[in-house]
Design a binder for this molecule. Structure first.
Ligand SMILES: [Zn+2]
Ligand SMILES: [Zn+2]
Length: 350
């Protein structure tokens, strides 16, 4: 065991502040990682504030982790000290169920272990995330970071990136497809980059005319102002897929209407009831589908990272001193970040 510096929330109102945590001595299959960068995901602030009512305090958020290996357990085969590695949202799962056998650990039928807010399956200790100097993770859940990428800007690939990559790949989106992306935040801008790189024709749906230039800068071929009914009607039956990244309740009916026959609306942001209610008429009469998708498994996360290495894809980020984390949360609540904060962990160590 070793004590390391971290930042934790102690209650829904405490904010995130310095806190010391223990990291375990490496087990035979463990990789010890000194963390260099950690992206700040919306889940982090939801857990810190207990928005979902399930936070076990204290909590150390952070699941977009990039760092370098400092030690490995004696059974580790694929990593050695000095390797540049990443850790995303998962640090363990049952490893035996059908989902785990297919490398879809995010759908583990016995429940996966979150990088934070989880409980270690071996010793029952709480898992603590990337707002810390070090993390110790089984090698099955460690990813290799492409050397060609800016590592700080690559950190958010581990949650925001894979959340959009996984459904695009699952549904085979590529050349010849028209895809719409709803929402231009951390997830949406990655969805645009990936869909473009995969060869699709990409349209961004946004409520504000001020985002039109931004969307085009990200590579979108077209932009539709979703509050403009005439524009939405003109797009009826046009899209093969819609990737909807909006995390709050919003009207899905106009997006079902712009799908072609057999088109699919993929939800990756919204968790909870649909408001206003969904009208099934366009679904039944056009065999249109609504689907959900959760982050990604380890093999497809590695596939995404390798693809990003080949195509030079990273997130657009703003570097953050960890001492300013609470202000960053406030800015995220106002959508005032383009598009992801990434903590420079040198500011924790210094
Ligand atoms: Zn996340
Ligand atoms: Zn499993």
């Amino acid at each position: 065991m070793s004590q390391v510096k971290a930042y934790a929330a102690q209650s829904p109102t405490s904010g995130v502040a310095p806190f010391a945590i223990e990291r375990r001595a490496p087990r035979p299959d463990d990789v010890v990682i000194e963390i260099d960068y950690c992206g700040v995901c919306h889940s982090d602030l939801h857990f810190a504030y207990n928005d979902w009512g399930i936070t076990p305090y204290p909590i150390v958020p952070g699941h977009e982790i990039v760092g370098h290996v400092t030690a490995v357990g004696n059974a580790v085969k694929d990593f050695k000290p000095g390797d540049i590695v990443g850790v995303g949202c998962l640090v363990d799962s049952c490893r035996k169920c059908g989902s785990c056998e297919h490398g879809l650990e995010q759908y583990c039928e016995n429940g996966w272990v979150g990088t934070y807010n989880g409980v270690d399956l071996h010793d029952g200790t709480p898992t603590f995330g990337g707002y810390s100097e070090k993390i110790v993770v089984s090698e099955r859940f460690v990813l290799r970071m492409p050397a060609s990428l800016d590592l700080a800007a690559a950190a958010p690939l581990l949650c925001a990136g894979i959340t959009t990559w996984s459904p695009l790949r699952h549904f085979g989106i590529g050349k010849g497809h028209r895809i719409g992306v709803v929402g231009m935040g951390g997830l949406g801008h990655m969805g645009v980059k990936f869909a473009c790189a995969l060869g699709a024709e990409v349209t961004v749906f946004t409520r504000s005319a001020s985002k039109v230039e931004e969307a085009k800068q990200q590579g979108a071929h077209h932009v539709i102002i979703s509050s403009n009914e005439a524009e939405m009607n003109a797009a009826a039956s046009r899209f093969d897929f819609i990737l909807d990244t909006v995390p709050v309740p919003h009207d899905l009916n106009p997006y079902v209407n712009v799908l072609k026959r057999d088109g699919t609306l993929i939800l990756v942001g919204l968790l909870g009831p649909v408001e206003p209610p969904l009208h099934t008429f366009p679904m039944v009469f056009g065999r249109r589908r609504i689907a959900g998708s959760l982050i990604g498994g380890l093999p497809e996360t590695q596939e995404m990272l390798d693809f990003c290495g080949e195509h030079g894809i990273v997130c657009d980020i703003e570097m953050l001193d960890i001492r300013n984390i609470n202000e960053a949360y406030e800015r995220m609540q106002r959508s005032d970040v383009r598009y992801r904060f990434v903590i420079d962990l040198a500011t924790l160590k210094g």
